[in-house]
Design a protein around this ligand. Structure first.
Ligand SMILES: [Zn+2]
Length: 96
């Protein structure tokens, strides 16, 4: 089986952001979403694992549950930061 090196936190942040996006009061253009992801990932600890793809999915699930509260708080905070300091390259027209 082929092994891959992956920061699982990236996957988890992405999942949680997709879940929360409809309830976030901020611009949702691609640029702003990427900015939010970067802010959240800088706050959360990296979780690098060497694994096969199948193993990864079950690990993501438990890590997601362990970090759900911190993730929610970090994403809400990131949305506030991005709203207050929008990236000059963002495209507000593409939201909604
Ligand atoms: Zn934007």
């Amino acid at each position: 089986m082929e092994k891959i090196l992956k920061n699982m936190m990236e996957t988890i942040v992405e999942q949680r952001m997709q879940d929360m996006l409809p309830s976030l009061d901020c611009c949702k253009c691609e640029q702003c979403q990427m900015d939010m992801r970067a802010i959240v990932l800088n706050k959360m600890p990296a979780k690098y694992v060497v694994s096969t793809k199948g193993e990864l999915i079950s690990r993501v699930d438990s890590l997601y549950r362990q970090n759900a509260t911190d993730l929610t708080a970090a994403i809400v905070q990131a949305a506030e930061i991005v709203s207050q300091n929008p990236n000059p390259h963002h495209e507000p027209d593409s939201q909604k």
